[in-house]
Design a protein around this ligand. Sequence first.
Ligand SMILES: Cc1ncc(C[n+]2csc(CCOP(=O)(O)OP(=O)(O)O)c2C)c(N)n1
Length: 666
Amino acid sequence: MSEAESLLAQIYEPQDLKNLSFKALNQLAAEIREIIVSTVSKQGGHLASNLGVVELTIALHRVFNSPQDKIIWDVGHQCYTHKLLTGRYEEFPSLRQAGGLAGFPKRTESPHDAFNTGHASTSISAALGILTGEWLQGKRNRVVAVIGDGALTGGLAYEALSHAGQLHLPLVVILNDNKMSISPNVGGLSKYLSRLTMKARYQWFRRNFDSMAKRLPLVGSAFFDMVVRLKRAVKAVFYTDNFFVDLGFEYVGPIDGHHIQQLEQVLQDVRRLDRPVVVHVITRKGKGYQFAEKDPGSYHGVSSFSISGGLAPEEPAAEEPDTSQQEPVLSPVTIPVINILPDRWGNGSFTDAFNRAILDAGGRDTRVMAITAAMEKGTGLSPFKAAFPTRFFDVGIAEEHAVTFAAGLAAQGMRPVVAVYSTFIQRAVDQVIHDVAMQKLPVLFALDRAGFVSDDGETHQGLFDIALFRPVPNMTILAPAGGLELKRMLDWALASVEPAMIRYPKALCPPEIHALSLPLERGKGVFIREWGASVCLAFTGSLYTEVWDAADRLLGLNIAADLYNLRFLKPVHEDYLAKIMNRYELMVFIEEGIIEGGFGEYATELAYRRQCTAQIRVLGIRGNFGTLGKREELLHISGLDGEGIAASVRRFYGENRILPYSRMVP
Ligand SMILES: Cc1ncc(C[n+]2csc(CCOP(=O)(O)OP(=O)(O)O)c2C)c(N)n1
């Protein structure tokens, strides 16, 4: 389609939608779907959720006047149509690229993005706050929260609903019900919404009653308010248990979320209400792209794919290794020759390695349980679920509950493993402290996506876990550098019967080397290269590849460095680490996390306390949340790729004139 024929190319702001016929709007919806599919097929992104809200977004922008009226997108992963309709069509090809359009709403990007989102279940609270602020200033703009049935499983949403019922301001909550979180939605609420939808008798009555009322001459929709009030009475007969009504909301729905005209009529009426309302909209996730409609879970967030063929089929699961012969051999710490081991445990990504390790552990011990907060696929737990369905729990987007639920399981002698992204465990800091660590309950946290995360920007970076949880008594924090080491850590942590975390990146596992297969010793790391150099690079596992690269580059500058994989970020065998810090002239701690409160700061304090002789330097992320880009780009920007680390070490070396170069190479 040429630019001249394209309707979308003529939409510079939502106002431009207002003169289009419904026929034209449907054509526009088709165009938007095409653009979304083609853009996401090239550079990845959230597909199914975006395809599901095209008509809903058009209708919202027809009825509400953004940016004066504000639309808050929960999670924000479904905002692509909103971006396309609010002046960002031309930039859309830069979606999720470094320096380009974010995949989530961003206030700095457009006045139409009223609130930044990324983590689920925040929209109603944020919208209520914005609305209250508007009203206190005497403004009468409308505020709309668009929340999915998945995000509505999160506790924050209920706190906000309750408060909104109390404030009784005209907040509009659009409940986008597609029966899906990332995977099929779970829990009592999901069943409840289905019951609401299925009440055919009620629906029949509602449709007829509404249209009858609106057809009445003169009164029509002006009396919609009264109708809504009347419907309450009707519900008392037909539908006594509407949760939203009981909280103080009007409830309208369910409505076909792909019927622009019907949506618009309802939203026009809702816009005039003077009290909070929930509009229950039924949509189909993946709508309009057959592969995504059929399997919305797999098309929730995707990397590039072929439009005609869909996603490449998943690799068949690796054969289960026989662990009976694999007892680790104790060997000396010095590893002069690097042995590349067969990649059985580290094949693929760290997530794959975790999933193989927990499957193996679950097969050996029936007390091993897996818990996810709506991230079954992302955390790689599907094989565990298939193998041990009664020991798998998806609790919905409820990280806080996931943690305390696991604590309860642990108190009963189970070995729960909570698999959660580093960024989302931030939700549950108090539960980790209060319900797990304080009681020393053996809950194991598998913190996926720890460190920099590609493509999703600030909201999804996993930079805080070390600083948040290192200070917590009783907590062990482990950082594997490869898949086999991850397995060793998982087995060790499950056997240790204490609270523990294993943090690993969204990255491919490096080839296994012997040093990474060595058994764990509490509080100690392991040298992966020990030449007796004067410089030592001590790093968190996720930076293994970058540190090797840096070491190679430094050799090119005639600077040799020993490499020490920290393994334990907590607890630390302080005598052991202090001894190491006395052996070197320069010790550089490198971590994929924020510096403030991180491992390096602790090590610096230890060096001071023990009066160690090495100069200590720390590399990490300082004073920012990361940004949009690929993990490699973000590491580069932060000086944590091989080039950056080598340059810093070179600089430290020069600053301190530690040693003549000649002493550096063995
Ligand atoms: C606190 C938190 N936990 C997990 C996620 C990961 N996540 C992103 S979207 C999503 C599902 C959202 O489902 P729903 O709200 O129904 O929206 P839909 O994708 O179905 O449109 C999840 C679990 C998140 N963004 N925030």
